[in-house]
Ligand binder design. Structure first.
Ligand code: FES
Ligand code: FES
Length: 159
């Protein structure tokens, strides 16, 4: 089957690629673009480790065909820091021990960022709902929720 040429913006950079119709967005991100911060866990839309933001919404990139990126704007974990300055959500995860093995962390941070962009002061219940699609096998979630609460405070303080 023929490859399709697609154009999109990823982490602020315009990009043009040829992809197979069966390739997933996750494969395109990790293999073609070598942005390996986005993780593959289940590969079936269950764990959230492959979460990226496309046109402002979180998606499981393992479920989305790469061709759907055509004309879209995508942000991965690599697009959050500004030079050596971490995004406040990343900073808060580091400061509040929001990660252990770190495998779920990129997806968790992308979901947290999208949540705080639409709701800058979420309740703990809203935080839990915001990361409901992201599984963590290590932390028990308490430190993750604390980290997201701290990120909200950091972002509020920098307005
Ligand atoms: S790898 Fe995509 S949801 Fe698990
Ligand atoms: S920190 Fe290990 S899976 Fe979440």
């Amino acid at each position: 089957m023929e490859m399709k040429k697609i154009k999109f913006v990823i982490n602020g950079q315009p990009c043009e690629l040829k992809v197979y119709p069966w390739a997933t967005l996750l494969e395109m991100i990790r293999e073609d673009l070598q942005l390996i911060g986005t993780k593959e866990g289940c590969g079936q839309g269950e764990c959230g480790s492959c979460t990226v933001i496309m046109d402002g919404k979180t998606i499981n990139s393992c479920l989305v065909p790469a061709v759907e990126a055509d004309g879209k704007e995508i942000t991965t974990i690599e697009g959050l820091a500004r030079g050596d300055k971490l995004h406040p959500v990343q900073e808060a995860f580091v400061e509040n021990a929001g990660m252990q093995c770190g495998f779920c962390t990129p997806g968790m941070i992308m979901s947290a960022k999208a949540l705080l962009d639409r709701n800058p002061a979420p309740s703990d219940e809203e935080i839990r709902a915001g990361i409901a699609g992201n599984f963590c096998r290590c932390t028990g979630y308490t430190k993750i929720i604390e980290s997201i609460r701290a990120a909200a405070a950091l972002m509020e303080g920098r307005k």
